[in-house]
Design a protein around this ligand. Structure first.
Ligand code: HEM
Length: 258
């Protein structure tokens, strides 16, 4: 029999890799989970700044940002397919991250009860964060997928008018308010946990490190939820000013072209 296959069979039954050593695979998967999480958290920080450009210039700045992503300096009028490709890559990393994170979920009532009892007995902030991380992560499976699928398949509808129309008249306001809280909490706790796990930004003592990182985590959560809510209000305001019977998804942005 193939030697590699032999090794895999032995590992699957005993949990030990070649030469009786513990398999390196769990560490590799952990590393990949951290790397995809870091990418997504940094992406979300940039995303929030881009989306919040609706707050300035009465839609003009967001229009310019949208066109920049469509590479309108190369393709005349912009090419929305570029945004589809970006959304596809982000979606693929999002799915990979969710797949890797699933390994950590309690998978039956017994494991769930064990975690809950442990959390309540220990009363340690980080264990509570872990529970919140699992809940928001679970919600993101569904909420994030809906949003990413729309961004991937309808990139031509992105813009100050199309996005505001989607918010109000296609009832995305409901999805976005839950998604906003879920993703901002998940992202800031995720970055905090990455820093603790890999020893980033260490201070003189472990206590000082934790204090510094927790402060930063709070700052990130509060800042991005506040910016997100202001942005949310701006899209809703613009959406409410649009007539629900007009086809804004094929709208020509003549007023921004001047
Ligand atoms: C390349 C991928 C993405 C693109 C192009 C994109 C683009 C956009 C755009 C244009 C909006 C404005 C509303 C609309 O047009 O429907 C928006 C809003 C939003 N997006 Fe994304 N997005 C992407 C990925 C994500 C991901 C991965 C998440 C989180 C899992 C996310 C969370 C949100 C939230 C929460 C809002 C509402 C913001 C607010 O109300 O302040 N987006 N996004």
């Amino acid at each position: 029999m193939d030697k590699n296959l032999d090794d895999k069979i032995i590992e699957s039954y005993t949990g030990l890799a070649k030469d009786n050593r513990a398999s390196r695979m769990p560490a590799v998967l952990d590393y990949l989970q951290s790397a995809t999480g870091l990418f997504l958290a940094l992406f979300m920080i940039a995303h929030m700044f881009f989306v919040s450009t609706i707050l300035i210039g009465d839609g003009y700045v967001m229009y310019r940002v949208t066109k920049m992503f469509e590479l309108d300096f190369i393709f005349e009028g912009g090419c929305p397919l570029v945004v589809s490709v970006i959304a596809f890559v982000v979606f693929a990393i999002f799915i990979l991250h969710a797949f890797l994170a699933m390994r950590k979920f309690p998978i039956n009532y017994r494991q769930f009860l064990r975690f809950k009892t442990h959390k309540n007995m220990l009363r340690h902030g980080d264990t509570t964060y872990w529970g919140l991380q699992a809940c928001t992560g679970f919600a993101l499976f569904f909420l994030g997928s809906v949003h990413l699928y729309i961004m991937m398949t309808q990139p031509q509808t992105i813009g100050p008018v199309g996005s505001s129309f989607r918010f109000v008249h296609q009832h995305f306001w409901l999805l976005y308010i839950v998604l906003l809280f879920a993703v901002e909490l998940h992202g800031s706790i995720g970055l905090y946990r990455l820093a603790v796990k890999w020893g980033w930004f260490e201070a003189k003592t472990p206590q000082q490190t934790l204090k510094r990182l927790r402060g930063f985590k709070w700052f990130l959560s509060v800042f991005f939820i506040a910016l997100g809510l202001l942005t949310y209000a701006a899209y809703v305001k613009k959406g409410l000013s649009l007539d629900s019977n007009t086809d804004y998804m094929h709208y020509e942005y003549t007023e921004y072209k001047k």
